[in-house]
Structures are given as C-alpha cells and as structure tokens.
Design a protein around this ligand. Sequence first.
Ligand code: PEP
Ligand code: MN
Length: 362
Amino acid sequence: MEKMVEIIPIKEWEIYKQAPLLITGPCSAETEEQLYDAANELIKYNRVDVFRAGIWKPRTRPDTFEGVGREGLKWLRNIKRDLGLPIATEVANQYHVNEALKFGVDVLWIGARTSANPFALQEIADALQGVDVTVLIKNPITPDLDLWIGAIERIYKAGIRKVAAVHRGFSSYEKSRYRNQPIFQLPIELRRAIPEISLICDPSHIGGSREYIYELSQKSMDLNYDGLMIESHCNPDMALSDSKQQVTPTDLDAILTRITLRQPDTDNPVYKDVIAELRSRIDQYDDQLLDLLETRMNTAETIGKYKRENNITILQSNRWEQIINKAVGKGKDKGLSEEFICKVFEALHQESINHQNQVMNS
Ligand code: PEP
Ligand code: MN
C-alpha cells in the first residue's frame, strides 16, 4: 500500500479551532428558513465549526424525502456569506461535486452507500482532480476495512490532502440497540493502516436515536478521535429525514458540555513513572500468560499422544461443557464477563484441538 504521508491532519486545517472539530447541522436542508434557524442557534452556543446539510439524500426506500437538490446549495451559500460558517454537504457523483464546488462548499462528504461503490468513488475522485477542497469519507455500510481504505486512496490519488474518515457504523441483519453497529475495532484498524488519517465520529448515524449521542461521542473522544459530526435540527420531530436521531442546538450544547476530553499523552514526570511501572507489570503478566499457554498446550499434546495410543477421539463434548461452565462461573466471581471467558476458552479449546490433531495424525 502506498503511504499517504501527505494527508493533512484535522488540527492543521484552516477551519479547525479546538478539539473536537464539530460538524453539525440538519440531516437535510428542507427550507432556507429551517437552515438559518439551525445555523443561528448553533452559532449562539459557539460550538459549530462546519455547518452541514444534505441536499441530495440517498434514501433506502423511494417515495421518501430525497432532498431539495441544487436549490439547497443557494441556501447554504447564503449561510456561508451571512454567518461566516464553512459549509458541508454530501456528494455521490460528478454532477454533485461540480455543483457543490460552484456554490463554494468547503467540505464534501462521501456517504456510506457511496463509499461502498468503487465506480462512484472513482467518478468523484476524477471530478476532484486538482481541486483544493476538504473531503470526508464515511465508512462503507459493510464492515470492510479494505473498501474504506480504497475509497480514501482514490481521493488521495486525486490530489486531495485535507481528507478525514467518518465512522458512522455498519449495517447488520441482527437488530441491536444501535441503528448501525459501531465495531470500533474497524476505525482503530484504519488508523493503524493509515496513521496520518484523522477520525471523526458520527454518533447520530451509529445510534439512530438522540439518546445515544452522548455515550457514543464520549467513547469516540476516549479513543482519541479528532472530530464529531452530529445532526442538529430546531424541531427534530418534524424533520423530513432522520427525525429520531437529530437534536436541538440546545440539547447538543448540553451533550457537548457533558463530554470529558482527555489528553492522549502528557509530559508530567510523575504520571510517566507511574504508567511505566504499571505497564511493566502488564508486560510481566503477559509473559506469564504466554508461558502458561505453552505449558497448557504441551499437556494437551501429551493427552493427544495418549488418546492416539488408546484410539480415542479428540473431541469429548461433555468434558468441554464442564470446562466452559466452570470457567464462566469462576470468571463471574472475578469480574470477568461471560462473553470474554467464552471467547478466550473457545480459542484455547480450538488451539488444543489443533495441537492434538497434529499429534494424532503425525
Ligand atoms: C448523512 O450524513 O445524512 C448520511 C446520509 O449519512 P450516511 O451516509 O452515513 O448514511
Ligand atoms: Mn442523516
């Protein structure tokens, strides 16, 4: 993979004022008045860095509100002119990009359905060749890290340097409390693959309900994300799209006030000493765990040899039942969740079977 070392981090963008960068505004532009109401309210709280509104809305089903189209770009341009706010909208094809640029849109975002589509992405990248604009790339709707990386690569190759990734969660067939599964592991892996990339959390689309915005935002701040994208509307219940997940500017201010920001690091020498000592303990425990795992597998192999001599099958379900039940019970007393214990013991069991398999068939 080509290193994307020239990506400019959010903290160096002209529009960045303080952590976290906040992109907010309604899901969709509905009327010019609705946009001004939201923008004026948000400015009052002095929180908004970029004002967002969808003009072209990718809706799952037809016969729902699909956005006001090009007309909305005039409204956004007026907001930028009158209130001095940078503006953002979603683009999904070359026409959208060209129109948005004509109207001075500062930040373009590529939606989750579009970033899942390499043809659309390439078309957008071609339209952006040689343009100086900021581009946010939402995660594709499927939890596919390569697809997300590929979308970022296409935009980067077009010469765009102010790029950031937006984490908006992943669709799944199983219903969960959130509208989209967050799977925080994926954005963390993305940052490992592209260390230069800044991360923005979109708790509105992950949660799908305003009640989850605080907890998801806090979690993303604890994971050192650089920004938030949160949908805000003066009258959320009447919004033409995503009404359940939008918050009033007043509620948004309250949510942001509750969020605790933590530092990724500090120069405080006492803190550094204490952490170094605790980390050395963790390293020791990890070494002990590895030694123990080795011993456990050696014993499993001995059992395998003995079973082979006596012509006994590897898997004995009742024995496995006993092990897992005992472990879950003991784990509970030690404050370890059933989910964790099951994961660890299933992995241990599988590894034991693999070792015994080798012994039996060697
Ligand atoms: C949006 O931001 O309004 C939107 C449509 O987002 P997503 O692509 O994440 O569904
Ligand atoms: Mn929305």
